[in-house]
Write a protein that binds this ligand. Sequence first.
Ligand code: COA
Length: 522
Amino acid sequence: MPIGKTFTTLTAEEAASLIPNGAMVAVGGFTPAGTPKAVPRALARRARELHQAGEAFQVKLLSGASTGAACDDELGRAEAVSWRAPYITSAPMRELANTGKLDFVDMHLSHVAQAVMEGFLGSIDFAVVEATEITRDGRVYLTTGIGNAPTFLQCAEKVIIELNAYHSPRLREMADILVLPPPPHRSSIPIHDPLDRIGRRYAEVDPTKVIGVVHTDEPDGGRRFAAPDEASLRIADHVAEFFLREIRSRRIPPEFLPLQSGVGNVCNAVLSGLASRQEFPRFKVYTEVLQDAMLDLIASGEAIGASATALTLTTEKLKFLYENLGDFADRIVLRPQEISNNPGIARLLGVIATNTAIEVDLYGHVNSTHIMGTQLMNGLGGSGDFERNAYLSVFMCPSTAKGGRISTIVPMCSHMDHSEHSVQVVVTEQGLADLRGLSPTARVPADHRELRAPGLPGRPVSLPGGRADGAHPPRPAALLRHAPQLPRARRHAARPGPVAVRAAPCGGDAIRARRRAQESTE
Ligand code: COA
């Protein structure tokens, strides 16, 4: 006989009507994966009705990362959100942020759970979380995105569960859920391999906080990627060549290291590019979101398995996964984002991070978030969680944007998310710049040294078409001619110097032993 609370069934409208103006609402899921759908949609309808009646209605919205169209797009169009964190990809929400109608807080995604737990962001009034099941004693079996849901369930005052019948209840076989206690009560996280499991298959909630359950039956609606363009394919080629070279020169072990792959078309093209090289070893993945291309690699055996926080799949691929779940259950692990993006684990596993940039400057600083330094694109996401702590940190982007009118390689980034101290390799379709071991002077090609002046106080330099003294971003047309500089930096990197510099600090006994072992078998 089951003991515990039975839950009230609500319509989405009834659930939305319980959320007052000004409430902090935290939604489960990560990207469209596992994000609640019916309640946010009903909340947007309610906001529109209240706005038409002349009443104020806006909530603060917290999530794992971006959400689905039913959440960010609907709430954004209804102007129903006054404050938003930690990441968005929704065009309506972006427009609000860029027109001063929304306070957007761009956060490292691994930081959010702790910030919530410690009250940095204020109290969470409502958590709205999608699940396949909730038991009377408060076990919540999540769907395709774990994100911050386990923490939101623990910290929220009130909880609404969307029970989505579309999702396979067998998703729990992939879930590995652990909520870290707050400092100073933490011990090390025992993940030594991407596929290690250390937690439970469910999140937990105090059943008395659950004010209602809403029944839905709807896929996540993950977006389809465009086929890779010429530039992405060339970037993918450069990256694959580079990794193979690093393996041959034993700076990466022969079995490779866990790969983190960022969001977007370029990253998808790189994944497919790696898999198409026969000589490339089968690899494991320690990443944030598992997208279609990755599922294909796991299905074909080219990738051994993956750890992520979300299955951000198109409806077609999700169906394929559900039809073959037995084949994937022990090769995919879904974790809370505090663990999937944990900097300590990225460092311990030796993750190789591959992310996309909006612009890169001649020193190796990277802008991931702001077009021309002022217009928010999406946010930092998990790029900083990985790149700062990676074994090898690679940033990629086409060398121009907007049909060739804007150079993405600039003298000085108009906004900086990742500094020269942690960006190691930059790749465009024109080539690959290996910055490891290069001083700032060596990074800047000799005939562009004068461009360093903008960084030196009192020595502004005029560039054709705009000032580069930091007073305002140089105009794009002026920067276009600098794009072809990357291959030069690569030539610098080809010298033996940087390799020797690297070998000393990281060439421990284990690495030397590995090299000796390999040499003796060759
Ligand atoms: N100047 C002006 N516009 C630029 C630009 C630049 N330097 N670089 C890119 N853009 C524009 C593109 O033209 C495109 O515009 P459109 O939507 O109007 O076509 C848009 O920005 C997106 O660029 P696109 O080439 O389609 O990029 P993408 O889908 O590969 O995404 C990022 C690139 C950087 C926006 C994306 O990777 C991101 O948000 N990164 C930050 C978060 C992150 O790294 N997460 C992964 C962590 S695990």
